[in-house]
Design a protein around this ligand. Structure first.
Ligand SMILES: [Zn+2]
Length: 285
């Protein structure tokens, strides 16, 4: 270690970290401009310069979608951690522990119940920050619980997807959540309640191959990456260059895979209108 490195490391003790401009300014991933963090938050985490939609977690999403003060978070289900005793470079249990500490959540899908412009709804939000939003036992179970809550309240189930796919550390058990979620959606339909999907950046893999594409209405945020396999994998397989904007929300809308691409600021009124259209209010079961 050089003398200079020693001095630099010592400096971080002298100057507290939170004083650094990192927390005040945010570099936009869309246009690269520095945006004042508070301005970004006030603008629903959408860049005021280029309208790039930053990824947001459950807490922020619930606050944006539900009427102020109207929502309650549902207790996340308890499932067995690490059923296969999986380990790669790190133990899976250690990865879960780290993700829980970093996000404050128990797993990658959180549900809440509340009102959207006065209409009852149960909303599930997948958190990409929690192990890439990956779908394992906990996500599958939370999805089913979200549907059950919607049925007991006589309200629609609205899911905000964000996932890299199935959680490989849970092997076949994670893949089994695909048919499980599909059956849950059928339960919702059996009692005449709608299931609405809002795809957010990124939604890929096994999540796209199951509940993310089964909505009665398919909405996406602008610019979201939505696909099954990655672009590079497809290009290597078919040995062809893929078109510009392939697997982005706007391209999928133009090719009939989505019903609408809705900017974040318009999501709450759009969802309220849709609940009216598709009849998502029933007497509680
Ligand atoms: Zn920007």
């Amino acid at each position: 270690m050089s003398w200079l490195t020693n001095v630099r490391n010592a400096l971080s003790y002298v100057i507290p970290k939170k004083e650094s401009p990192d927390n005040l300014w945010h570099k936009c991933k869309g246009c690269g401009q520095m945006v004042f963090a508070k301005e970004l938050a006030d603008n629903l985490y959408v860049c005021p310069n280029c309208a790039f939609h930053e990824r947001i977690g459950p807490d922020v999403r619930f606050a944006q979608i539900f009427d102020p003060g109207s929502f309650t978070t549902l207790t996340p289900p308890k499932v067995q951690d690490d059923p296969l005793k999986f380990r790669d470079q790190k133990k899976y249990t250690d990865r879960i522990k780290a993700a829980r500490a970093a996000t404050g959540e128990s797993d990658a899908l959180i549900n809440a119940t509340g009102t959207i412009e006065g209409r009852k709804a149960v909303v599930g939000v997948q958190d990409f920050a929690f192990m890439g939003g990956s779908m394992g036992l906990a996500v599958g179970e939370a999805f089913v619980r979200g549907v059950e809550a919607a049925i007991s309240e006589g309200a629609p189930y609205i899911i905000f997807t964000a996932a890299g796919g199935a959680r490989m550390q849970e092997g076949i058990l994670s893949l089994m959540q695909m048919p499980r979620a599909t059956v849950a959606i059928q339960m919702l339909h059996d009692v005449g309640l709608p299931y609405i999907v809002v795809l957010t950046d990124p939604t890929t893999g096994g999540v796209t191959a199951s509940y993310a594409m089964l909505g009665d209405v398919q909405i996406s945020e602008p610019g979201a990456l939505i696909g099954f396999a990655g672009q590079r994998v497809i290009e290597q397989t078919i040995r062809e260059k893929l078109p510009e904007g392939f697997q982005r929300a706007e391209y999928l809308l133009a090719h009939g895979m989505l019903d609408m691409v809705t900017p974040r600021a318009e999501l709450r009124p759009t969802l309220a209108r849709l609940i009216d259209y598709v009849g998502g209010q029933r007497k509680a079961a």
